[in-house]
Design a protein around this ligand. Structure first.
Ligand SMILES: [Zn+2]
Ligand SMILES: [Zn+2]
Length: 427
């Protein structure tokens, strides 16, 4: 019978997080648990437990991902010998605790060498360093063998002695009176923590731990085009493992500072480039900042505000293939001049005149607006008057006459206001 894929058994995606794995396992285990009269299924439960055993262990999971069932053969304790029917009445959490709890997952085989812990380091680099790559020295404090006792944990001159509790085996058998009836379980020797040896006179530097924290410098090569938030792995740069285990790894998280000019979007760089409106109208060339330094860019005549121009292959080198590069996109922002010298002002006015641009409303247009306003007011007044009755009529007529007079003088005022005055132009 072909074995089912562990991810399929747990009903999760290949990239599922440890939390998802645990959650799905719990949910499915509850359904398949022997306690469940309707959906309880011993064979399926065992299959599920095995899948969880492998996928909940980071190392076993990685091996399974690469080599499949063949790779993790023998890594599972095999749930076949477990009599699950006796589990009835015990919660699923008890089951998880019994089989997977208590550090069973982290250390591999009990008493043997343990791989050291992985370490994490946050590194902030400059924008251009992320674009072109760089090398960095990083200092970390990690566990290493104690040199005083040469990693034995025993004070110089003394040697560790064989543990009497486990006779040097590192493991002891424990009889469990559990829901399985009486079962034997092999556990880590509590007297020597699985080491098989006991230290009478502990080393003073490491207090018998055999490991001490030391400061170490590592050289880190950061490839071009690295994305902010990327994780670089330095193998064997983590903590030393216990009992002669190997070093863990060091994960360096790359943080990238923002740049004051460039904005990065993957391989593309965006830049905001103000241009004068003369340049926008006439076109020309200008120097534009790029990550390679200033480069010439041709500006076409008649550019509108917000137009973008592409500078090919002036962007970020492709990660793992730096000969390919993204583009730089220049966002052209047309700037309107603000402080105008008298001569500039004259020229612009001349330009407006040449283009027959009307910069102000004409006196006629202004007068019309005023007339419309008055008409609206009168219409409102007439409405009031109509409501007030016939007596008010003559009064309204009189008012209208006055209005006409006023309007005449208003037009004169407007015309006067917009007549160019001496000295006003030169301001
Ligand atoms: Zn020591
Ligand atoms: Zn022992």
């Amino acid at each position: 019978m072909a074995k089912r894929d562990y991810y399929e058994v747990l009903g999760i995606a290949k990239n599922a997080s440890p939390e998802e794995i645990k959650k799905n396992f719990r949910n499915k285990a509850r359904d398949l648990h022997p306690d469940n009269k309707d959906s309880g299924d011993e064979a399926a439960f065992k299959e599920l437990a095995e899948a969880y055993e492998i996928l909940s262990d980071e190392q076993k999971r990685a091996t399974y991902d690469r080599y499949g069932h063949e790779g993790v053969k023998g890594s599972t304790r095999g749930f076949d010998n477990v009599d699950f029917s006796s589990m009835a009445g015990f919660g699923i959490d008890d089951f998880i605790e019994f089989f997977f709890g208590g550090g069973m997952r982290s250390g591999g085989r009990k008493g043997g060498p343990e791989q050291g812990s992985h370490l994490k380091y946050d590194l902030e680099i400059e924008f251009l360093e992320a674009v072109f790559g760089t090398e960095k020295k990083i200092n970390i404090r990690r566990l290493e063998d104690c040199t005083t006792c040469e990693g034995t944990g025993a004070a110089p001159g003394s040697t560790p002695v064989t543990c009497v509790t486990c006779a040097g085996m590192g493991q002891v058998q424990q009889v469990m009176n559990s829901w399985f009836g009486q079962t034997m379980r092999v556990i880590e020797c509590p007297a020597c923590q699985g080491g098989g040896q006991k230290i009478d006179k502990p080393c003073r530097d490491c207090k018998g731990e055999a490991l001490v924290r030391k400061s170490r410098e590592f050289q880190l090569k950061i490839p071009p085009g690295i994305e902010p938030g990327s994780r670089l792995r330095l193998t064997m740069a983590g903590d030393k493992g216990r009992r002669g285990g190997t070093f863990g790894d060091l994960f360096v998280i790359i943080h990238v500072k923002e740049h004051k000019q460039f904005i990065r979007d993957g391989e593309t760089i965006h830049i905001r480039q103000p241009i004068s409106f003369s340049m926008a109208a006439l076109g020309g060339e200008m120097m534009i900042a790029t990550v390679d330094g200033p480069k010439q860019l041709k500006i076409a005549a008649g550019i509108q505000n917000g137009t973008t121009q592409v500078m090919r292959e002036m962007g970020v080198p492709r990660f793992n293939n730096p000969t390919r590069r993204g583009d730089q996109i220049v966002h052209l922002i047309v700037e309107t001049p603000t402080k105008l010298a008298p001569e500039e002002k004259k020229l612009l006015e001349k330009l407006a005149e040449l283009r027959s641009e009307q910069l102000h409303l004409t006196p006629e247009e202004l007068a019309e607006i005023e007339l419309k306003k008055e008409a609206a007011k009168e219409a409102a007044a007439a409405e009031v008057a109509a409501k007030a009755g016939a007596g008010a009529k003559s009064k309204a007529g009189k008012k209208e006459e006055e209005k006409e007079k006023e309007d005449g003088s208003l037009i004169d005022k407007i015309v006067e206001a917009f007549r160019p005055k001496n000295g006003d132009e030169a301001k």
